[in-house]
Design a protein around this ligand. Structure first.
Ligand code: NDP
Ligand code: 2IT
Length: 449
């Protein structure tokens, strides 16, 4: 074990020296590497083949300028990126994020995480991530279209249905994917599955929109059932009100739980009767409005400006907005409220100090790599349908999603038991199960990536 520890610490230290200004990236790598000592010890060949050093370095980082014109005729300049992280088990695969906070550190953390998440799905997909510091808030539909077209005017040369297949993430939904896909097709004159999350009328998969939120609730149900518990009657604090949160709420209600909160970056809404999801959909999907307008139709609910929902006493907390949205103070609040379950639906929802605090206080933590893998899993199914020119029914895709989530839970809980001695060690289990698959593929293919 001592040797393994020295190796992982050396790799981490070196990475920190070479990337001193990339805190999110270092955080994501640290979390994975620190849980690998057991496997590194078991497989000395990993060290001989410099596997960790190779794994923490993205294959390729593409950066470009995106020039577009706003409605007032002014010329705007944004930065665009695509990080092709790891292609050991399949074409690069992962979303595009449009948010002012996007920078290389954020995208490298997301690409690194995506590599292991995709491995967990069991489908042949490598890891990648991209996006722009473009802020879609307050932009007209025409501005969004012009931006997406300009972004694709550069991105098209780096992607392909067997090379790199982007999808949505924060700020990129069906509308943006549509504009991106249209432009790709215009340039390349080919209709292939080069993006996922497409509209149903031009090659999208049924249930992709719902997949991340539904998948999260499927695996959460399993985790609870494996502990003799159930979702029936459980209260849930949920953050976010975007794609992931909306369909997590929908499936939670289907499965008999009650969502008490939802949020956006302006604050959170608390509804003791359970969140009215139709109203949230109207506000967020139709009007693209702010969440406080929920009170106009539900005056008995409360809005807490500038606050996060973790102060509410519930059985289950599910962050579904963005990275590091749960810090140490929030974790202390959850423990004080005796919340037994915490499941990450956003990528790397939790700061390192907060995760450690939750684990020290015996809160069951489900890591994002496993909890939110349903989105990319159905993206993988969309790629299969596109490649074979078929369209499966909602029921078929939903059933496959449930099976994939069940497979993920089986894998990560077994790895948790085998290596950490407890099936509750789900973070370790997810990191190890994902890592082993990528490691094996890299070893078998030689020193090329
Ligand atoms: P959306 O853009 O649809 O929604 C994002 C939500 O999170 C909005 O409510 C937004 O509020 C809020 N939010 C975003 N950034 C911040 C911030 N810095 N502080 C507070 N709130 C914020 O994104 P998704 O629902 O698609 O993504 C949510 C999370 O799930 C992300 O971590 C994403 O990486 C992850 N994910 C997404 C998948 C997918 O298929 N879409 C798959 C797997 C993971 P506001 O509108 O005010 O910004
Ligand atoms: O973080 C993620 O897994 C996503 N944003 C979905 C990626 C995808 O390719 O569907």
């Amino acid at each position: 074990m001592a040797d393994a520890k020295i190796y992982t610490e050396r790799v981490l230290e070196n990475l920190q020296k070479r990337n001193p200004h990339e805190p999110e990236y270092i955080q994501a790598v640290r979390e994975v590497l620190l849980s690998l000592n057991w496997v590194i010890e078991e497989h000395p060949e990993y060290q001989d083949h410099a596997l960790l050093e190779r794994m923490v370095e993205p294959d390729r980082m593409i950066g470009f300028k995106v020039v577009w014109q706003d409605d007032a005729g002014r010329v705007q300049v944004n930065r665009g990126y695509r990080i092709q992280f790891n292609q050991a088990i399949g074409p690069y695969k992962g979303g595009l994020r449009f948010h002012p906070s996007v920078n290389p550190s954020v995208l490298k953390f997301l690409g690194f995480e995506q590599t292991f998440k995709n491995a967990l799905t069991g489908l042949p997909m490598g890891g990648g991530k991209g996006g722009s510091d473009f802020d879609p808030k307050g932009k007209s539909d025409a501005e969004i279209m012009r931006f997406c077209q300009s972004f694709m005017l550069e991105l098209y040369r780096h992607i392909g249905s067997e090379t790199d297949v982007p999808a949505g993430d924060i700020g990129v939904g069906a509308r943006e994917v549509g504009y991106l896909f249209g432009m790709y097709k215009k340039i390349r004159n080919e209709h292939v599955g080069v993006l996922t999350g497409k509209g149903l009328s031009y090659g999208g998969s049924l249930a992709r929109t719902e997949a991340t939120g539904y998948g999260a609730l499927y695996i959460i149900r399993q985790i609870l059932e494996d502990r003799g518990d159930s979702l029936e009657g459980k209260t849930i604090a949920l953050s976010g009100s975007g794609n992931v949160a909306i369909y997590a709420c929908e499936k939670a209600h289907d499965l008999g739980a009650k969502i008490l909160t939802m949020s956006d970056s302006s604050g959170y809404v608390y509804d003791s009767q359970g969140i009215d999801l139709d109203l949230i959909k109207e506000i967020k999907l139709e009007k693209r409005d702010r969440i406080h307008t929920y009170l106009e139709k539900r005056p008995e609910a409360q809005f807490f400006a500038g606050q996060k929902p973790w102060q509410v006493k519930v059985d289950i907390a599910i962050p579904a907005a963005t990275q590091n949205e749960e810090d140490l103070e929030d974790a202390k609040q959850l423990v004080e409220n005796a919340t037994p379950y915490y499941f990450e639906a956003s990528n790397m929802s939790t700061t390192e100090a907060a995760v450690n605090y939750l684990l020290d206080h015996k809160v069951l933590v489900g890591p994002s790599k496993a909890i939110n893998a349903g989105g990319v899993a159905v993206s993988g199914l969309e790629m299969s349908q596109n490649a074979s020119h078929v369209a499966w029914s909602f029921k078929e895709v939903d059933k496959k999603l449930e099976e994939i989530m069940a497979g993920i839970y089986k894998n990560i809980s077994e790895a948790a038991q085998d290596y950490a001695g407890s099936k509750d060690a789900l973070i370790v289990g997810a990191n190890i199960a994902g890592f082993k698959r990528v490691a094996q593929a890299m070893l078998e293919q030689g020193y090329v990536f």
